[in-house]
Design a protein around this ligand. Structure first.
Ligand code: 26A
Length: 339
């Protein structure tokens, strides 16, 4: 039996159904070109038709997804096999077999909770140019319960740090708090990704419940703007440093990292406001930006796991994001490249 994973991630395991669409297709469902939304399969939601319609698109692909799961695979790309574990809930179907196989191939140890009556969640990744619009039916991922962590509490205890996909705030804030309490009591890093603008916008109180346990909060510029709006901040919505200060909320142990596309990454802690420039890729080497943020988080987490300092960890994040952008979906090169 190999050693327990150092890095433990929690999120919503999803299979991505990715295809290139045109602007008219996005307009038909009132979707934005760069966004992530949830659809409710139990309602008569017209957007549910997207999943079937995509199957008719010529370049449709099935790719392992789920934001934190992408991060787990990316961290394992850097750290090697057996160092990263992943918790989430899946159905008992072909989709979950594929996700499990992809995690295994990447070297991620999966601790899936299995649902017998609900199918594995799926995400339609609609690509237009360099943008991606994500439409998610959470399925089984929505049924994760904190007692599944209890079943594997030895894994939690042996972990050295934690990564939480903010998307999971829609599923089980209780599970996140449970991990957060353990991390806080044991002094282990506890990292939360804001994941999407709708998280601060519509899951503000769940976010407020979890923030006190965080030692790092990661987001991008649109999530920062949504945070500023949700919390009624008076600063400009693109004033990332001021928004980050609010996320710190007086904490001396928290660091906030906002990526900003090609603009420098903003890093704010109680003692410092810093930026790290991004090396732009030539436009024609970009395949799609689906998963770029997950890959950034993956490199960052791998750096922290290896005991690298903050700047080095951010650099590894930027490096891995650049590699992922050159692959289809939230994937990493088959070849093992060294940072
Ligand atoms: C709760 N929601 C909406 C989601 C997601 C999600 N992962 C977890 N929960 N909506 C989209 N994703 C994933 O984000 C990745 C790109 O960053 C997609 O599966 C995609 O792989």
């Amino acid at each position: 039996m190999s050693a327990s994973p150092k890095l433990v991630c929690l999120g919503n395991p999803l299979l991505d159904i990715q295809a290139t669409v045109d602007e008219a297709y996005l307009a038909k469902y009132a979707l934005k070109e760069n966004d992530a939304i949830l659809v409710d399969a139990s309602s008569n939601e017209p957007k549910m038709a997207i999943f079937d319609e995509l199957l008719q698109f010529p370049d449709v692909k099935f790719i392992a997804g789920g934001a934190a799961q992408n991060t787990a695979r990316g961290a394992a790309y850097v750290l090697g096999s057996g160092k990263v574990g992943y918790f989430g809930s899946v159905g008992q179907d072909k989709f979950s077999s594929k996700l499990l196989a992809e995690n295994e191939a990447a070297g991620v140890v999966s601790y899936y909770q299995e649902q017998s009556k609900v199918g594995t969640g799926k995400c339609a990744a609609l690509i237009t140019g360099h943008n991606r619009s994500l439409v998610t039916d959470l399925g089984a991922a929505n049924h994760f319960t904190p007692d599944h962590l209890d079943k594997h509490w030895d894994v939690v205890e042996k972990a050295e740090l934690f990564y939480i996909g903010g998307f999971h705030l829609t599923v089980s804030p209780e599970a996140i708090v449970k991990l957060g309490k353990h991390a806080q009591a044991t002094g282990k890093p506890f990292v939360l990704n804001l994941s999407a603008p709708f998280i601060p916008q519509f899951f503000k109180s769940a976010l407020e419940q979890v923030l006190p346990y965080t030692t790092y909060v990661i987001g991008n510029e649109s999530e920062a703007a949504a945070y500023a709006e949700a919390f009624g901040l008076e600063c400009k919505q693109d004033d990332l440093a001021s928004i980050a200060k609010h996320v710190l909320g007086g904490s001396t142990t928290r660091t906030v990292i906002f990526t900003h596309g090609l603009e420098p990454t903003v890093i704010v802690s109680a003692s410092d406001v810093a930026t790290r420039p991004v090396k732009p890729l030539p436009k024609d080497s970009i395949v799609d930006t689906n998963g770029a943020g997950d890959a950034f988080a993956a490199g960052f987490m791998a750096g922290l796991t290896q005991g690298k300092n903050l700047d080095q960890s951010v650099d590894i994040g930027q490096w891995l994001a650049a590699l992922s952008i050159q692959e289809v979906g939230a994937s990493y090169p088959t070849e093992k490249l060294q940072y």
